[in-house]
Design a protein around this ligand. Sequence first.
Ligand code: FPP
Length: 257
Amino acid sequence: MRSDPSESGADAKGLNPDILPVHVGMIMDGNGRWAQKRLMNRIRGHEKGTRTVRDIVSACRELGIQYLTLYAFSTENWGRPQAEVKALMVLLKKFIISEREEMESRDIRLNILGQLDKLPGDIQEEAQKTMDLTRENRSMTLNLALSYGSREEITRAVQSLADQVAQGSLKPGDITEESISAHLYTASMPDPDLIIRTSGEFRLSNFLMWQAAYAEIYITDTLWPDFTREEFIHILKNYQERDRRFGKVKCSTSSDG
Ligand code: FPP
């Protein structure tokens, strides 16, 4: 998470601090292709991708983005070759340990979205340690989506609400959008305003599907290991030009009632 404030400060010129997205989600795709293009093992792509993660977390903290959610390992990713899963787990563990002090000193709170109990025991322990240490930090929340899938998340929320109905503490008619949101991994967080996907694929791939109802989506052809803070700032500028209507019409200043 090494930073170069002067560099990002210069690039951030022209950004309106009043209309920054509060919550940005990132689908970090293209690590494998980045490596394959260079005739390298896919794992090298994930290693290079980890450096991008550090840069983007730093950029978000410097720019004042309050929530950043990174799709680091999906429920479907367990189906990848064992060596790749193992290498990703090693990288994730190293990241959670190596960035612990930096997150603490930069007032960043770490949070895990997903099936924490499905991760190897040592990662669970290290993640818990970092989450405990950074729990009170408020300048930024970094959500790592690990063993995360929207369908699993929504199923889990429905099961929990159904339990309450079965016990008689909740009426089916009292289930609301808010109560479903409150049972997701992102409970009490704002929905993402902007979701960025690298490597040119036009899909959500089971990422924040409930929360993304009104998110602005930006797809870039850049592969994740090549993604930079400069391109991120360019995307933020594009976001600031968008007309977000949330299904409504724009308020008119004329006297048309
Ligand atoms: C998708 O690219 C990426 C992943 C499944 C893993 C993302 C992991 C990292 C960026 C590194 C570790 C993360 C942290 C937070 C330290 P892909 O492998 O599917 O690429 P491809 O579509 O080109 O094959």
